[in-house]
Design a protein around this ligand. Structure first.
Ligand code: MN
Length: 250
């Protein structure tokens, strides 16, 4: 039996509904993977008892035209699913089954590469799916104020975050995170690393991420990563990003 503690920690950290992360097998057979979820769904003991691959919180074509349907389908059902399965296989029967994903990442340098790569791949995509939505509004007043303080303006954040994604050599991610002092910062990580990992130069808790692996954009944008990065700003779910910020900075 795979532990559910990882998704529990994820849900706690980012106000994700456990029901979005875990379904029992009978539900999985009858429910559409593309069914919408309520991001504020209360956690329940029933759903805490299972740990399965999280549902995509929208239809594959929900982010058209910025992110195309085929990319979403392959990205979620093939790439993300493979990271999840490989992560589960990598921790099965080890002490890591009993740890939160935050604990695992905080000591990732001590664990096998399979845990680092697949655990990151599993976690990073959950954050990424959740922080996207077509016409996703704007930052909350509190988050907007913090963005202005750190980056001068929302455009200042866009520039720095976009540059982080555009200049990441090879595959990786761009991040907006909160550091230990409650301040915002932008960074990028290679491969499937993230700011929670002890191998990462600047550590913090992520509130927004963008996948810049070629599989995230190549079918539509081919070699033009900057076009995908620019389009990304049309699909940010600012409610989710603001909720994450609020949960971390009181
Ligand atoms: Mn990806």
């Amino acid at each position: 039996m795979i532990r559910i503690i990882v998704m529990t920690a994820l849900a706690t950290l980012f106000a994700l509904p456990i029901s979005a992360c875990a379904n029992n097998s009978s539900e999985k057979e009858t429910e559409s993977k593309t069914e919408s979820i309520n991001l504020k769904t209360e956690q329940t003991m029933t759903t805490l008892n299972k740990f399965e691959f999280p549902k995509l919180p929208y239809a594959y074509d929900a982010l058209e035209p910025y992110i195309d349907k085929m990319t979403m389908e392959i990205h979620y059902s093939k790439h993300h699913n493979a990271y999840f399965n490989n992560f589960v296989a990598a921790i099965k029967g080890t002490e890591l089954e009993n740890k939160t994903i935050e604990d695992i990442f905080a000591n990732i340098s001590k664990h096998p590469a399979a845990v680092r790569n697949n655990g990151g791949g599993f976690y990073n995509h959950v954050i990424y799916w959740q922080n996207m939505k077509l016409d996703g509004g704007k930052p909350s007043e509190k988050l907007a104020k913090a963005i202005d303080k750190t980056f001068g303006s929302l455009d200042g954040l866009k520039k720095q975050f976009s540059d982080a994604g555009k200049t990441r050599f090879g595959s990786g991610w761009a991040w907006l995170s909160v550091d230990s002092k409650g301040n915002l910062f932008v960074s990028s990580t290679p491969n499937q690393d993230n700011p929670l990992m002890d191998v990462t130069e600047k550590r913090g808790k992520p509130i927004l991420t963008m996948d810049v692996w070629e599989h995230a954009y190549y079918l539509k944008y081919q070699n033009k990563r900057p076009d995908y990065v620019d389009a990304f700003w049309n699909v940010i779910n600012w409610d989710v990003v603001s909720e994450r910020y609020d949960s971390l900075v009181k």
